[in-house]
Write a new protein. Sequence first.
Length: 170
Amino acid sequence: MTELPKTEQELNDLIEQKVNEATANLEAKHNGAMANMRKKYEDDVRKAKEQANMTAEQLAEEKAKELSDAKDKELNELRAYKKANILTEKLAKESLPLYFKNDTRLLNAEDGDIDKVIKEVKKEYEQTLPRGASHSTVVQTATQQPNKGSDPKDVAFEAMANALEQALGK
């Protein structure tokens, strides 16, 4: 627990100390941010100088490479999307759960081998399913009559039923 200052001078010293600490922290954060900005600016300037020193042919090659990389990335994404759709359709056709579309065997299978791998997965899946009836097949039959009159509630209901029969004249 911190000891409270006893005099005004001690209070002023404590306030000044806390202000100096806060100022130092803020300056450190600001200096770090400015250093990051300077580094980014220097990197941008360096890249601009490199591009200025490149020939038009080198710039065209670099631009073509960037476009090629972007197209390759997009093509891979489209192939993955198409394969996921195909797997979803084939799994639905085979009545398999959709979570199998994330099975690595299916994801890594070549286009021609997908049907073979799906049959393999289906075989394994069917082996895990329970065999036989999922509930008891024994038919329950009533073996004894319920005990009438053993419960006070039943006795009261029986008496009420008799009273109603007499009142209605049946």
